[in-house]
Design a protein around this ligand. Sequence first.
Ligand SMILES: [Zn+2]
Length: 254
Amino acid sequence: MLAFELFSAICVGVTLVLAIQIYAATAAFVEENLKQANFPENPILYGKLCMMIHVLSLRAGVPEPTLAMNKNIPELEITWSRQSKAVISVNPEWLKRFTLVECMAAFAHEIGHLTRPIGLLVFCVLHAFVMSLYITSTTAFMYWLLAITSPAPIPETRTVALLMYAGYFSGFVISAFSSFLKRRDEYAVDMIAANLLGEIAPLTDLFDAFIYFGGSDTESLKGKYSLRAIFSTHPSLPERIERLKMNAHKVKKL
Ligand SMILES: [Zn+2]
C-alpha cells in the first residue's frame, strides 16, 4: 500500500503549501489595499464610513477593522493583513451605487464575519484541502497513464487508479459540503448584522439594490438545484431576504 501512503503524504504536503500560498497572497494583497487606504478623492465620505465601522465594531465587541479603498476588487470583502488585523476592502465605484444606510448594512455583515471567524477559517482550510485532492488525483492520473502505456508492468497501478477516482470524488463531495457550510454561515452572519443594526430593513434594502444592479451573488441563485447553486458560497439574494424577513422578530431593537 505504498501508493496510498504516498498519495496521503502528497495530499497533506500540497494542502500545507497551498494554505501558506493563499495566506501569503491574501496578506500581500491586503498590504497593497492599505497603501490606498486614505481615499483622498472624498475624505468626508471616507470619514463617515470609518465612523460607521467604528460604531459597528464597538457594538459587535470586535477589534475595529481598517477601511481600505481598492478599485481592483469587484465589491467589498473582509480579509486579514500580515499583522492579523482585519481589513474591509471596498471598491469606491461599488460604493456609489448604495445609500449610506445600505453601506452600513454591508459593513455590518462584514463585521458579523469577524464575530465568527471560525466559519471563514473552516471554509479556507477545506478549500485548500479540496484543491490539494484535485492536484494529487491529477498526479495519480498521470502515473496511471504512464503505467498503462508502459510495456513493462508497473506496481500498484490498480491502487493508484482507485485513489485517483476516490480523490476526485471526495474532492467534489467535500467542495459541495464546504459550500453548504459557508452558505449557512452567511445566513447566520446576516442575522448578526441585523442585530448590530437593530433591524433588518437596511440589509434587505442592500440586497434589493444588489439584485437591481445585478450583483455577482444574484447569478449564483438561478435554479436552486443547479450545479452552480450546489457550489455557490453564498445563498441567493432573494433567499437571504426571505430568511431575514422570516427571522425579523428575533432581531433586538437598539
Ligand atoms: Zn459574508
